[in-house]
Design a protein around this ligand. Structure first.
Ligand SMILES: C[S@@+](CC[C@H](N)C(=O)[O-])C[C@H]1O[C@@H](n2cnc3c(N)ncnc32)[C@H](O)[C@@H]1O
Length: 380
């Protein structure tokens, strides 16, 4: 059995945090923040792993460069297996901490305390008393508060989309749960010149990292950069639902055919990012025939839980002639194909050429500069 100290030093070698954060990573052992019950991947599902049953496997999970799921289904017993809290992946944590560009003595608001590990890293860097961390789940917040004893982090039970006005103004807001719309209270509660760093995505693409700078005029602006898939803040989740519940045999549909293959519009990081900006509310699901991943016979489903619309896009080897069925008030395949053409004609811009401006009226996504919006203003 390998001990925690060895596993920690291996993890630090693997993650290779920047010199600003390396010592904090070594000083704050991740396993001290991980609860005794975690969930690990078991094929497509999650399986419970209790520390008491397999302490070695539990410890190895704490020191793998992977997220550790620490709560499912918001703590209820529905058994859906929806990941609702975790200790984030160490290399992503390191990337996000770098993006916050923090200095000792600065005041930070973290959204999504989770296990408290990231809050402890923050406190190690900026000093006790300078970190406020908001967590929405009472059981998760209580566990984090206990793990954070002695670090001088103020854990607040509440909805982080509202920030935490009593501690404002902050030099930095760092969210560790993803948003589709940046809450304006984060801008209001950050001092002029301060930064907001948050995972950001759409229902079609989760996600990337958004870095905003707050200006004198009470707006915040900045660009996307990096691959950062996160669980959503609770108030911005696309509703759950099963394929069977959304695509029903009694639904009417229009049938057409296409030569468009999903490889890029559904599989490419940059294309899906751009398409998600133009086609709001759309989720996708790929179902392989016989449930065999990699089977060349498969169906791509596009679904909008808001309107009940769906499209199915049937792929098989051979000539490019794929059957498309569309149901509901939105023609989701047509919207996706239109957005894909727009992205190609715009020169296939990478996500890092896009940015966001947030005002008290809402957020606007732009390409290259704020004067070139790619979608209408999204109201708050
Ligand atoms: C990926 S985990 C955070 C990881 C954490 N920073 C760590 O170091 O372990 C996301 C957390 O955000 C919390 N969360 C979701 N929506 C929230 C909200 N509106 N306000 C505050 N916390 C929220 C979840 O309950 C979950 O614990």
């Amino acid at each position: 059995m390998t001990g925690a100290a060895d596993l920690l030093s291996r993890l630090v070698e693997e993650v290779n945090p920047s010199s600003a954060w390396r010592d904090s990573f070594i000083r704050i052992p991740r396993h001290r923040f991980i609860p005794d019950r975690i969930w690990v991947e078991d094929g497509d599902d999650l399986a419970v792993l209790d520390r008491v049953d397999d302490p070695d496997a539990w410890l190895r999970s704490c020191y793998a460069d992977r997220p550790v799921v620490t709560q499912v289904d918001d703590g209820d017993t529905t058994g859906r297996g929806y990941r609702s809290s975790s200790a984030s992946m160490p290399s992503i944590v390191a990337m996000m901490l770098d993006a916050t560009d923090l200095a000792a003595g600065q005041r930070v608001l973290e959204i999504g305390t989770g296990t408290g590990w990231n809050a402890a890293l923050l406190a190690d860097r900026v000093g006790a008393g300078n970190v406020t961390s908001v967590e929405i789940d009472p059981a998760v917040a209580a566990q984090a508060e206990e793990a954070l004893g002695g670090f001088g982090v103020h854990v607040v039970l509440g909805d982080g989309e509202k920030g935490y006005p009593p501690g404002a103004p902050y030099d930095r807001v760092l969210a560790t749960a993803a948003v589709q719309h940046v809450p304006y209270p984060w801008v209001e509660q950050t001092r002029t010149g301060g930064r907001i760093v948050t995972p950001w995505g759409t229902s079609f693409h989760n996600g990337t990292l958004l870095r905003l700078r707050v200006g004198e005029d009470g707006t915040a602006s900045g660009r996307f950069g990096g691959n950062a898939g996160f669980m959503w803040v609770r108030g911005q989740r696309t509703p759950h639902g099963t394929l069977d519940g959304r695509v029903r045999p009694d639904h009417e549909y229009a049938e057409t055919s296409t030569d468009l293959h999903p490889y890029e519009p559904v599989g490419d990081f940059e294309a899906t990012f751009a398409i998600g900006l133009r086609v709001p509310g759309m989720k996708d699901l790929v179902v392989f025939d016989g449930d065999v991943p990699g089977n060349p016979h498969y169906t791509v489903y596009l679904m909008d839980p808001g309107s009940g619309s769906w499209a199915s896009w049937r792929i098989r080897p051979g000539p490019r002639d794929y059957r498309v069925r569309q149901h509901g008030p939105r023609r989701l395949f047509d919207e996706l194909a239109g957005a894909y053409t727009w992205w190609q004609e715009a020169g296939r811009p990478a996500h890092s050429r896009f940015g966001v401006t947030v005002t008290c009226r809402g957020q606007r996504v732009w390409l290259d500069d704020p004067g070139n919006p790619v979608s209408p203003e999204d109201p708050v």
